[in-house]
Design a protein around this ligand. Structure first.
Ligand SMILES: [Zn+2]
Length: 258
C-alpha cells in the first residue's frame, strides 16, 4: 500500500491500473479474493511462489532490489564498486541514507534511503520517529545500525504493534542524545542536527484483542469489516490481520459494501 503522512495516515492500494482509497473502506464490509496468480514485482513474469515479498526465485537470486544488503545494509559493497548491478546501486546505495530511532512498542533502530522518510516509518507502524544520522551511502548507515543493535532492537514486534493503542511515552530526543554519547568518534560526524520528531497516527477504529494472522497462501478469500490499517497491515473486526506487503504481486479482487 502507498502511504501519505496525514492525520491519520492516508492509504492507497494499487489494484491493476487503479488506486483504491483504503481509508474510505474502514467500517465497511470488505471481501478480498486471490485468484491464484502471482507476478514477480521485478521481472513481471508469473511465479507459483513469491519469495522475499514479491520476487520469483530467479529474481530473488539476481535482482539488485533483492540483494542481501536490502535487509542488511552493512553488507553493501557498492562503495567499493561491487554490486549485483552498479547502475542500480548508484541510485539506491550510493545516496544519502538515514539512520533513525522509531517507537512502536519499544525504541528500535533502523536504516532507510533518504527519500523513504516517512514512508519507512509508516510501513513499520511507528508512532514516532527521529533522525539519528545522515550518511553518504548505505554501508556506513549499516555500520552505525550494527553498532547500535547492541543497545536497541532492530525488529518491530508486529503483534504488539498491532495491539498497541497508546504510543509508548518516550523522549526520543533523550534517546538520541544517549546514542550520540555511545557512538565512536569516527561515526559521530554523521549525526543529524535535525531533532524534529515525526508523530504518526493511523486510521484504526478498533485494535484487535487477539491477533489471527491470515494470508492468501492459506485462504483465497479474506473478508470482514475493515476495522483499521496500521503499518502495512489491514485489521479486520474479527481480529484477523493481513500483511499486505507480503502479498506484493498477488492478483487480488476487492469488493466492499456498507
Ligand atoms: Zn522475477
Amino acid at each position: 500500500m502507498r502511504t501519505e503522512l496525514g492525520t491519520p495516515v492516508k492509504y492507497t492500494l494499487p489494484i491493476g491500473e487503479n488506486l483504491l482509497e483504503m481509508n474510505e473502506l474502514i467500517g465497511k464490509e470488505v471481501s478480498m479474493k486471490f485468484d491464484g496468480r502471482i507476478n514477480c514485482i521485478s521481472c513481471g513474469k508469473k511465479t507459483k511462489t513469491s519469495f522475499g515479498q514479491g520476487f520469483c526465485y530467479n529474481c530473488l537470486q539476481t535482482a539488485p532490489e533483492a540483494s542481501e544488503s536490502v535487509l542488511r545494509p552493512e553488507l553493501s559493497k557498492s562503495h567499493l564498486g561491487i554490486a549485483r548491478d552498479m547502475e542500480w546501486a548508484e541510485k539506491h546505495d550510493l545516496i544519502d541514507h538515514i539512520v533513525y530511532l522509531a517507537v512502536s512498542t519499544e525504541v528500535k533502530v533502523g536504516v532507510t534511503r533518504i527519500h523513504q522518510i516517512p514512508t519507512r516509518w509508516i510501513d513499520q507502524g511507528a508512532s514516532s520517529a527521529i533522525k539519528l544520522a545522515t550518511t553518504p551511502n548505505r554501508h556506513i548507515a549499516g555500520i552505525i545500525e550494527v553498532f547500535l543493535k547492541k543497545h536497541f532492537t532492530d525488529k518491530t514486534n508486529w503483534r504488539a504493534m498491532l495491539q498497541c493503542e497508546t504510543a509508548l511515552i518516550c523522549t526520543l530526543l533523550e534517546e538520541k542524545e544517549k546514542v550520540i554519547r555511545l557512538l565512536p568518534g569516527e561515526l559521530r560526524k554523521y549525526v543529524e542536527i535535525d531533532n524534529s520528531i515525526t508523530e504518526i497516527c493511523y486510521p484504526v477504529q478498533k485494535f484487535p484483542d487477539k491477533i489471527k494472522s491470515v494470508s492468501f497462501d492459506k485462504m483465497p478469500v479474506i473478508e470482514g469489516v475493515l476495522a483499521g490499517i496500521k503499518g502495512q497491515y489491514l485489521i479486520f473486526g474479527n481480529d484477523s490481520v493481513l500483511n499486505i506487503r507480503k502479498h506484493n504481486g498477488y492478483f487480488i479482487q476487492i469488493k466492499s459494501h456498507s
